[in-house]
Write a protein that binds this ligand. Structure first.
Ligand SMILES: Cc1cc2nc3c(=O)[nH]c(=O)nc-3n(C[C@H](O)[C@H](O)[C@H](O)COP(=O)(O)OP(=O)(O)OC[C@H]3O[C@@H](n4cnc5c(N)ncnc54)[C@H](O)[C@@H]3O)c2cc1C
Length: 293
């Protein structure tokens, strides 16, 4: 398996600037996220505060950012990262496609998670709560799985789960019409908490309580602390210093995920700093290794 120098999680201005800077310093870079870039950039009606590019629409800015990053030679992987494992010398990334990737350093540029986690979600993470149906579906053979989904893009995950589980309860948290395979029970109820003893046993919702063996929360975002175990973060923001270093050596963060102000230029500036710090980290590690050998 190829081990990248830098894995960037997120295709917003923070992540894309980090990718460009990493490539400018001749590092191999993998960028994970939505192929069209950040929906937040795309949605901006008119942007007037980006240096040198005044009076531009969000969608034009989004395609300029993305074209520039693609020209840099970074590799784009259109998968959501569900978990990052620090392995000592490198990081291992699990994605929603059930794939694993490796990189020496990681830059978290996943934006700001506006959604809150539910009571019980963190407590039962790995014990009946998961963020990746493709990764864990096989564990639910003959069992009941609840899927709480925040976008229609996750409907395929429910179909895949139904190939294994006896019962799939699908809780769409969006207004659009649902298109999942026959046999999947679509329930328009709003989750309140996950309850259980040692493992998750019930999904408590506003209208009813559902007995389940597992609950999958499929959001476009994963809360930072749940993305990387041991990361110093609250529900929304990762703690960094001025070099964009987190408390985990080799892991950096940039953009909205590090806190306010939520602005394109701040995200891009931090992406630049995070990538330069990642480059120094990699070069120092390589120097140490060659002087020890
Ligand atoms: C409607 C609107 C208008 C705005 N207008 C302006 C403006 O005029 N000027 C201005 O300066 N700012 C504006 N902003 C704020 C600006 O959009 C943000 O500050 C900026 O996009 C933050 O960039 P970022 O790279 O940190 O994160 P984001 O742009 O949020 O990008 C994060 C990316 O990471 C992806 N991602 C998240 N989790 C994962 C994961 N686990 N695996 C893979 N990918 C993941 C997301 O899908 C997303 O594509 C606006 C915001 C909104 C919503």
């Amino acid at each position: 398996m190829e081990r990248y120098d830098i894995a960037v999680i997120g295709t917003g201005p923070g992540g894309l600037e980090a990718a460009i800077t990493g490539r400018a310093r001749n590092k191999t870079v993998a960028v994970f996220g939505t192929p069209g870039g950040s929906a937040k950039v795309e949605k901006a009606h008119r942007v007037d505060n980006y240096l040198g590019i005044p009076a531009v629409t969000g969608s034009e800015l989004a395609s300029r950012f993305m074209d520039h990053a693609k020209e840099s030679g970074a590799e784009f992987i259109s998968e959501k990262v569900t978990l990052v494992y620090p392995m000592g010398e490198y990081f291992s990334m699990q994605t929603s496609a059930g794939e694993m990737y490796e990189a020496v350093t990681v830059i978290l540029a996943a934006g700001m998670n506006a959604g809150k986690t539910y009571p019980g979600e963190e407590k039962f993470l790995g014990r009946g709560v998961s963020y990746c149906a493709t990764c864990d579906a096989a564990l639910y053979k003959g069992k009941t799985a609840a899927i709480v989904s925040f976008t229609p893009e996750e409907e395929g995950e429910a179909d895949f789960m139904a190939e294994y589980a006896d019962r799939v309860l699908y809780f769409p948290q969006y207004k659009e019409e649902v298109h999942v395979n026959d046999g999947i029970e679509v329930i328009r109820d709003v989750p309140v908490s996950v309850e259980g003893d040692i493992v998750a046993q019930t999904l408590v919702c506003e209208d009813d309580i559902y007995d389940v063996d597992g609950v999958f929360f499929l959001r476009p975002f994963v809360a930072p602390a749940n993305l990387l175990p041991g990361l110093e973060a609250d529900e929304r923001h990762v703690k960094v210093n001025r070099s964009m270093e987190t408390n985990i050596p080799g892991c950096f963060a940039c953009g909205d995920i590090t806190g306010t102000p939520y602005q394109f230029i701040k995200a891009a500036g931090e992406g630049n700093v995070a990538a330069l710090s990642a480059v120094s980290y990699i070069d120092n590690k390589r120097r140490e290794k060659s002087s020890n050998s």
